[in-house]
Design a protein. Structure first.
Length: 484
């Protein structure tokens, strides 16, 4: 869906255009706050300023009848002393309030180290993965409403069984200023926009529903006719297909996982186990497996912050580390964990840019970004043809995962039976049950059609972060399917 944006003016999130006035501070005050954060000891401190605007407009019953607007502002200050973290935040950025928060953060660090704070370097700029040329701020609600009305009308025109449409546009604009006791600093502007369309259809007293979502770090140019067509087709066609779907018989069988949304299993059942805080605590099944072969040599699994306009992408993580692409699994071998500064120092490696936080009210921890499996060398048609009996799972929703062991249960919203190498009857409302590391071992074929799904994926791990996920079509030789 993403195309080159039409440039309407100077890019708004170029760090060289920024000054410190947004947060009422300056480099000298920041150095003073960082020094105060280390006044009781510690070996590192950082400061994270954030200004965010969130807006939402919703259409129900053919009319735009709900809007919201929220502004959030504040600063978080962190002190590290070995394994200990002191953290405090303030919704005021006056020097007095920041010094007070810094003193609170310093209390947890009780070493006697003396740290000299170097001058704050000039604000760093990275390759911008989400430039803004046509800001959402220049397009108020009355310019967004026609998009929702148009998608409502098109959906109703596609199928006479449509009884209700709920459509929503959610946007946020976030400015971040970061500096640390190493003298490093950066500034970033992060746009985020999501469109969610829910369709309810009725046929002879039977009701089905389906939601289609798209989310990108994009400006207003995201709203176009191509997006309308993509969302409306996906919502109507998938909802309509559910009327004929049934529950299959359950049992252990081969499962072909379709390209795209199946990446949620990769994220939940496998990806969390690569996050280095779980590794460091010894709670992950992969804790002692770095450098070992853990799956088929055709499998490469990536966590990536560098995909242009992607929901999970970052110019910098929330610890000032530039966004980068990290191979967790390379040619079937466990290649790297996902590190923040704390785990990277513990293991004596460079941070991978995975230190993320929900907002200035939280300290960063290792989190995923865009997590996906790269393409293999098989064709999807050949993979399906090789399955005598199994299921093809293409749409997932809720699931439960035990992060340490990787045991999972996922709800499959939509799929098909595979009988003698062919997709046959549509199926719905089943669970697939298994173990993430074992399922990874049991992937015996990887297709050449990797897709990153651009839905509204949000990861909850004590705090919430925007992520994305994806994978090619793969064949898992054996999983438990919970059906009739």
């Amino acid at each position: 869906m993403i195309k080159n944006q039409q440039k309407k003016g100077e890019c708004q999130n170029n760090g060289t255009l920024f000054n410190y006035e947004r947060f009422g501070t300056n480099p000298d005050d920041i150095r003073r706050v960082l020094a105060t954060a280390l006044s009781c000891g510690g070996n590192y401190s950082d400061i994270y300023f954030e200004y965010s605007i969130a807006e939402e407009v919703t259409l129900r019953d053919g009319e735009v009848n709900s809007t919201s607007y929220d502004v959030d502002y504040g600063v978080g200050i962190r002190t590290l002393n070995g394994e200990k973290t002191g953290y405090a935040y303030s919704e005021s950025t006056t020097l007095e309030d920041m010094l007070s928060a810094a003193k609170m953060a310093s209390q947890i660090a009780n070493s006697t180290n003396e740290i000299s704070i170097p001058p704050i370097n000039e604000l760093r700029a990275a390759k911008n993965r989400y430039p803004i040329f046509d800001s959402w701020e220049d397009h108020p609600i009355d310019q967004r409403a026609p998009f929702l009305k148009k998608i409502n009308d098109i959906i109703f025109s596609k199928d006479e069984r449509v009884s209700k449409v709920i459509a929503r546009i959610s946007t946020s604009y976030t400015e971040v200023l970061f500096a640390n006791s190493l003298g490093e600093s950066f500034f970033d502007i992060k746009p985020l926009a999501s469109v969610v369309v829910s369709v309810i259809m009725e046929d002879n007293g039977k009701i089905e529903n389906y939601s289609s979502t798209k989310s990108y770090r994009m400006d207003f140019s995201m709203l176009n006719d191509e997006l309308i067509e993509e969302l409306s087709n996906e919502a109507v066609e998938n909802c309509a297909s559910l009327f004929d779907a049934t529950k299959p018989k359950g049992g252990e069988m081969a499962v072909v996982m379709a390209a795209g949304k199946s990446g949620i299993l990769l994220h939940e059942a496998i990806g969390h186990a690569f996050e280095a805080d779980f590794i460091r605590k010894g709670t992950s099944i992969f804790s002692e497996k770095l450098g070992e072969k853990i799956c088929n040599e055709k499998i490469n699994i990536v966590d990536d912050a560098t995909v242009d306009f992607n929901r999970g992408s970052l110019n910098f993580d929330d610890e000032g580390v530039p966004g980068q692409k990290t191979y967790m699994v390379k040619d079937g071998v466990l290649n790297s964990f996902l590190h923040d500064r704390i785990s990277a120092k513990y293991y004596g490696v460079a941070p991978t840019g995975n230190g993320r936080r929900e907002s200035f009210r939280y300290y960063p921890i290792p989190r995923m970004r865009a997590t996906y499996m790269e393409s293999g060398d098989a064709n999807e048609e050949d993979i399906i043809r090789d399955v005598k009996e199994g299921i093809y799972a293409c749409d997932f929703s809720n699931g439960q995962v035990q992060i340490g062991e990787g045991d999972f249960t996922f709800y499959v919203k939509k799929g098909y039976l595979i009988e003698n190498g062919k997709l046959t009857a549509p199926i719905k409302d089943i669970n697939i049950i298994g173990n993430g590391p074992q399922a990874l071992k049991d992937i015996v074929a990887v297709a050449n059609n990797s897709v990153i799904n651009d839905g509204t994926w949000t990861c909850g791990k004590d705090q919430y972060c925007c992520v994305s996920c994806g994978m090619p079509t793969v064949l898992v030789s054996n999983l438990t399917v919970g059906g009739e």
